[in-house]
Structure formats: structure tokens, C-alpha cells
Design a protein around this ligand. Structure first.
Ligand code: GAP
Length: 457
């Protein structure tokens, strides 16, 4: 059965080294999490799968990596300074603060009082000072989305790659949102990572491209092991659209706390490239925050058919890495009855598994056995399929339990028989995580067995 409660997952994540509360030893920083040895592998594998599918397996998308610190003008022109807000209410009784649209029955979640203030807008961007002198105008923002770094570099990428429309620019990176009420583990956090891609098309070709990307992205999530019945779509009503969007469809996932957004696929029209191509006065902004912001770079594309400069439209699939990790964990978490006991197993897709194989010497106090296991581990590690672990705890039952819980697809046990057999016929036991079936495999054939396994999954 899949994870029914967030507690099951939080407990597993802590027990097995996936995710910890940020600044935990000082009482924790709300809405901030640290990824442990297993978590970082899972997160990296998910990001690598996204990058592979966006950049390497297509011929129309470039990669990018922009800075996190962002000039204030960028976020004025993008509209974030004015509109990246959530409605905030205060409880007059206990002084706690809540996001107005998350409050039920106009009641404070903490003390039960109904004496709440009227909602007021709260800007979610984090500010920081740049350079040694902090004055009113010297601040920069930590980016709230990675997209703006792509838009402001549109010309740089175009000029250095000679791309023709349609083409995309993909980026994965940290973003920061001062959420009023971070909650549900890593679902809503203040420091998050986003995988987003801006796909530039001719005006008029945007709606068809939008439809295509919605399908492409759904299929990608299915490839990561999410089941179709746990996924759904939500089309934003016009009144709920972000300030930049012409249309948005969310891919929703059935998390333990409900059906919630996993990825947004927006038609951003020509809003961003258009805004960054305008003078501040044209947007009603106060100009000159720092020097050298007077000139305007036209973020346009020379259309050779019409011989005119056009502002492309943008389709943007934007997925949260942390929410992706959470969805993959929710989907994979399984409790199975085995005899009289319950086995917890993470039935994660092998390409996402933190550990690709655990190599386990049957006894930890036999140096020759451990040396042979180490040799096998090293040879599998060299194949470059991800992390292979030498599990030298000497307790095979415990090792299997641990690797079931972290989702290791293959456990390879090196025993006395392996040691005693001649090298040409020496074999190991390979145990499959999902079926628990065990088979003997020749050490000489282990590399091809391993490669074959990962090529099929
Ligand atoms: N550039 C568009 C953009 O940022 P978004 O819908 O605000 O769009 C993209 O964010 C994705 O980032 C969301 O679909 C969600 O998966 C994730 N996300 C947004 N806010 C988050 C938060 N506070 N914590 C975790 N993930 C978040």
C-alpha cells in the first residue's frame, strides 16, 4: 500500500538519511530543509532525468545557469516587485500570521480565535544587500523563479547559438519565496529548487505549443514512476492567472494532504521579453535604481521571413524539484506483509534510486571477503551508472531491510563460496528489491548483468 500519511514519509526520510529539518540543532528554520546522503542522490537523479529529457534528448533546447542574486530592476520589470504577493491576515488574539486563502472558517489555526485582520498583500521576495554600503536602493533580490535569468539573457543565448524559432532554454536552480505558512514537509518551502524551461515560439503558434508541452510533461512524470490515477490537470480560471500568464494548466499530484500542484505549464505570451524591452517610464516604474540602467536592450528576434523584429511568445513548463522528490517518495513508499512482519520498501524507479547496488560481504571480519567485495564495488562504480555502496555491516538481514527502505534495486552478496571458487566460475547472490528473488550470477558477468538491468529500467 502506498504512503497514507506524511508522517510515514517524514519518519522514513529522517531514519534513512533523505531529508532533515534545516538548522535542526538550533530548533529548526521553518520552511527550510537539508537533503541527506540518500536525499541528495535522489534529488540529483530527478534533476538529471529532467535535464536529459529537456536538453540532451532534444535538439531544440539549450541549457543555462543564471545567478541567484538579481538586480532589482529585473524584478520590477518582470512585475514581481508589484505583484508577487500573497494575502496575509493576522490573528489579533495570538498574533500569529496566516495566508488568507489557507484560513478555514475565518478561524485562527493556532488559537481558534475568529478575530482576524482584513487581508493585506505581502511580497514574498527575499531582499539582501549587495556590497559594503547598505542604503535604501542598494539591495538585490534572491530570485523567486529562475525564469527571469533566462529572459534577461535571451539575446546572449540567441547571439551565441544562432537558434531559430521555436527553441527553448532550460534551467534548474534554487529560488526563494518567503512563504507566509510553509507546510506539509517539503511541499511548501521557503528555499526551493525549480526545473523550468522557456520555450520561445512565434506569436500565434503559442496555443498549440502549450498543448504539446502539457502532454510532454505529463508523460515525463509517468516515466518517473508516478501513476496516472494520482495525476490530474487543473486549468487556472482567468481570475486566478499569474500577472504574466495568458493561460496556465497545472499538473496535480495526489499528495497525502490532497490533490495539489506539482508543475505549472504557463503560456507567458510576450509579457516578459516585452517588459524587459521597455523603458521603466513606459511601465510606470521609478527609473534608475543603480547606474547604467538607462539603456534598454530589445529582447527581440529577427524574423527572416518578414524581415521584422518580433517578440516571441513563451511556453513555460515549471516543476518544483522538492515537490517532485516528495511525489516520487509518496508513490514509491510501500508496506508489504512478509510472513508475520511488514516490509517497508521504496519501489522507486531504478534510474532515480539513490544507490544503484549494494555490495555486501557476508561477514565483516573476513578481510579477504571484504577485499573481494570492495573490488566488485569498484568495478561496478566505474560503469558510471550512479552510486554503488559497499555495505560492510556484517548483518545481511539488516542490510536488506535498510536497502529496501532506501529503494536499492539490487543487493549483491559476496559469500564464502565466491571466495573459494576459481575466478572464472566465482559467483555472487543478486537479490531483486521488488520480487526479493535471488539468483547466482558469475562475477565475470556481473558488469553486463548490471548494465543490462539499468538499460531496461
Ligand atoms: N516560473 C514560473 C513559476 O515559478 P510557479 O508555479 O510559481 O511557477 C513552479 O512555481 C513550481 O515550483 C510549482 O509548480 C511547484 O511545483 C514549485 N513551487 C512553487 N512554490 C513552492 C514552494 N513554496 N515550495 C515548494 N515548491 C514550490
Amino acid at each position: 500500500m502506498p504512503a497514507t500519511s506524511m508522517q510515514d514519509l517524514v519518519a522514513l526520510c529522517k531514519r534513512r538519511g533523505f531529508i532533515f529539518q534545516g538548522s535542526e540543532i538550533y530548533g529548526g528554520l521553518q520552511g527550510v530543509y537539508d537533503y541527506g546522503p540518500m536525499g541528495v542522490e535522489l534529488k540529483n537523479n530527478l534533476k538529471a532525468a529532467w535535464w536529459r529529457s529537456m536538453v540532451y534528448e532534444r535538439d531544440d533546447i539549450e541549457g543555462f545557469d543564471a545567478a541567484i542574486l538579481t538586480h532589482r530592476m529585473v524584478l520590477q520589470h518582470s512585475g514581481h516587485e508589484a505583484t508577487f504577493v500573497d494575502p496575509l491576515v493576522d490573528c489579533k488574539n495570538c498574533k500569529s500570521r496566516w495566508r488568507a486563502d489557507h484560513v478555514k472558517d475565518n478561524t485562527c489555526e493556532k488559537c481558534g480565535s475568529k478575530d482576524l485582520t482584513e487581508p493585506r498583500p505581502f511580497n514574498m521576495m527575499f531582499k539582501t544587500t549587495v556590497g559594503p554600503v547598505a542604503d535604501a536602493d542598494s539591495f538585490a533580490y534572491l530570485r523567486p523563479e529562475t525564469a527571469q535569468g533566462i529572459f534577461t539573457n535571451f539575446k546572449n543565448v540567441l547571439d551565441t547559438t544562432n537558434r531559430k524559432l521555436p527553441f527553448g532554454i532550460a534551467q534548474i536552480g534554487k529560488s526563494f519565496r518567503n512563504e507566509i505558512t510553509p507546510r506539509n514537509f517539503i511541499f511548501r518551502v521557503r528555499e526551493l529548487e525549480i526545473m523550468e524551461m522557456e520555450y520561445f515560439v512565434r506569436p500565434g503558434e503559442d496555443e498549440a505549443a502549450h498543448e504539446q508541452w502539457i502532454n510532454t510533461r505529463l508523460n515525463w512524470w509517468l516515466d518517473q514512476g508516478l501513476s496516472r490515477e494520482n495525476l490530474d490537470f487543473h486549468q487556472h480560471p482567468k481570475a486566478d492567472l499569474s500577472h504574466y500568464a495568458k493561460a496556465t494548466t497545472d499538473i496535480m499530484y495526489r499528495f497525502p494532504h490532497g490533490l495539489e500542484e506539482l508543475e505549472g505549464i504557463a503560456n507567458r505570451s510576450d509579457f516578459d521579453l516585452g517588459s524587459h524591452s521597455k523603458k521603466p517610464e513606459e511601465l510606470g516604474l521609478v527609473a534608475k535604481v543603480l547606474p547604467n540602467t538607462d539603456s534598454v536592450t530589445k529582447l527581440t528576434y529577427r524574423d527572416l521571413d518578414s524581415n521584422q523584429d518580433i517578440v516571441p511568445f513563451v511556453i513555460e513548463p515549471a516543476a518544483g524539484v522538492d515537490r517532485g522528490v516528495l511525489a516520487v517518495l509518496c508513490e514509491a513508499y510501500t508496506e508489504e506483509a512478509v510472513g508475520d512482519s511488514t516490509r517497508i520498501v521504496l519501489k522507486i524507479k531504478p534510474h532515480l534510486a539513490p544507490i544503484k547496488a549494494a555490495v555486501i560481504p557476508l561477514a565483516r571480519n573476513k578481510p579477504e571477503l571484504v577485499a573481494l567485495a570492495q573490488q566488485i564495488k569498484n568495478s561496478l562504480q566505474k560503469l558510471g551508472l550512479g552510486r554503488v555502496l559497499l555495505e560492510n555491516t556484517g548483518n545481511i538481514g539488516k542490510a536488506y531491510r535498510r536497502h529496501d527502505e532506501i529503494g536499492t534495486p539490487l543487493c549483491i552478496t559476496v559469500d564464502f563460496e565466491t571466495l573459494e571458487q576459481p575466478a572464472a566460475t566465482a559467483s555472487v547472490t543478486v537479490r531483486n528489491r521488488d520480487t526479493m528473488a535471488q539468483e547466482r550470477v558469475l562475477v565475470t558477468e556481473l558488469a553486463s548483468y548490471f548494465q543490462e538491468f539499468y538499460s531496461q529500467t
